[in-house]
Design a protein around this ligand. Structure first.
Ligand SMILES: Nc1ncnc2c1ncn2[C@@H]1O[C@H](COP(=O)(O)OP(=O)(O)O)[C@@H](O)[C@H]1O
Ligand SMILES: NC(=O)OP(=O)(O)O
Length: 312
């Protein structure tokens, strides 16, 4: 099979799936890296991005708990950069180990994503971050701090939500393209990239968390990828998700996705951005395809049951 250029989007909730410990997250990344290394050995070229919802939300909790004059809380843009460093390091380290018998280089790039500071997203928080709470716990937290907003997340519980502006451009795309052309596995756009606004010659950090699936799609367009591979915590995308009528989707077209979105089949803040990104990618890259599957299911990549495939 001819080698493909694949942008891999590794979900934050897929990395932190229940156990929030460093050991559990690094184990998930190690397992993913081993599976991705197999794709590299099959001749595919990877560009990797990752989510950060659980992780940046946990940093927010730590910052709020420790906030003091001597140790003031850091802004969300900087917390996003911190997750690019931590998760980028985990991924770089695990991929280097998994590819230690090859000459393939791996580099994580601190990535800024340009957004519109007039984006209405800054007035309506929608991006779930941090741990899951019960409805009662969320109500208590909102009563304690009315400035914070919590919303129910895909039937899994309630989570804090923060502004999630749409990505316009990736500031570091020139160096990313150079590294890709040199055959390097680039880890970029982590957490969707650090949200920044351009003000004349300056890039100014903003308080938000960009959806990494949207940034992954932009990255895939920019590097002229053949495939967008979205790794999450479910093997397939479903209709009737979470109900007795749940049915897995295996092969769908961009037109099908448009109809399913209109039928509200995909939860906002979780699967909806993935399906929008999938549709946008195959629309922009007619010969491209998007695959949505789980980390565990990656071992079936290239076989009949490798997840939900979206094509033009
Ligand atoms: N229609 C659907 N089909 C499959 N999963 C869905 C659907 N709607 C919502 N979900 C939920 O969305 C989750 C993926 O979104 P999210 O957790 O935000 O992704 P990530 O792994 O990128 O962090 C799935 O694990 C599942 O719990
Ligand atoms: N930033 C972001 O999209 O993170 P998740 O993948 O954890 O939602």
């Amino acid at each position: 099979m001819m080698g493909k250029r694949i942008v891999v989007a590794l979900g934050g909730n897929a990395i932190l799936d229940g156990d929030p410990s460093y050991a559990a997250q690094k184990t998930a990344v190690d397992q993913t890296a081993k599976a991705l290394a197999q794709l590299v050995k099959q001749g595919h070229q990877l560009i990797v991005t990752h989510g950060n919802g659980p992780q940046v939300g946990n940093l927010l909790l730590q910052q709020l708990a420790a906030d003091s004059k001597k140790n003031p809380a850091l802004p969300i843009d900087t917390l996003g950069a911190m997750t690019q460093g931590s998760i980028g390091y985990w991924l770089q380290n695990s991929l280097q180990t998994a590819l230690s018998d090859s000459n393939v280089q791996v580099a994580a790039i601190v990535t800024q994503t340009i957004v519109d500071e007039a984006d209405s997203a800054f007035k309506s928080p929608s991006k779930p971050v941090g741990p899951f709470y019960t409805a009662e716990e969320a109500q208590t937290l909102m009563a304690q701090n009315p400035k914070l907003t919590y919303k129910e997340d895909a039937g899994r519980g309630w989570r804090r939500v923060v502004p999630s502006p749409l990505p316009i451009a990736i500031a570091e795309i020139p160096i990313i393209k150079q590294l890709v052309a040199a055959g390097t596995i680039v880890i970029a756009g982590g957490g969707g990239g650090i949200p920044v606004a351009r003000r004349q010659k300056k890039l100014v950090g903003l308080e938000g968390v960009i959806d990494k699936d949207f940034t992954a799609e932009k990255l895939a367009e920019q590097v002229e990828a053949d495939e967008l591979l979205i790794l999450t915590a479910v093997d397939h995308v479903y209709t009737g998700f979470g109900t007795p009528e749940q049915r897995q989707l295996t092969q769908v077209t961009a037109a099908n996705v448009t109809d399913l979105i209109k039928s509200h089949e995909f939860a906002a803040g979780s699967m909806l951005p993935k399906m929008i990104a999938a549709k946008n990618f195959v629309t922009s890259r007619p010969n491209g395809r998007t695959v949505i599957t789980s980390l565990d299911n990656l071992k079936y990549y290239g076989t009949g049951d490798m997840g939900t495939i979206i094509e033009r």
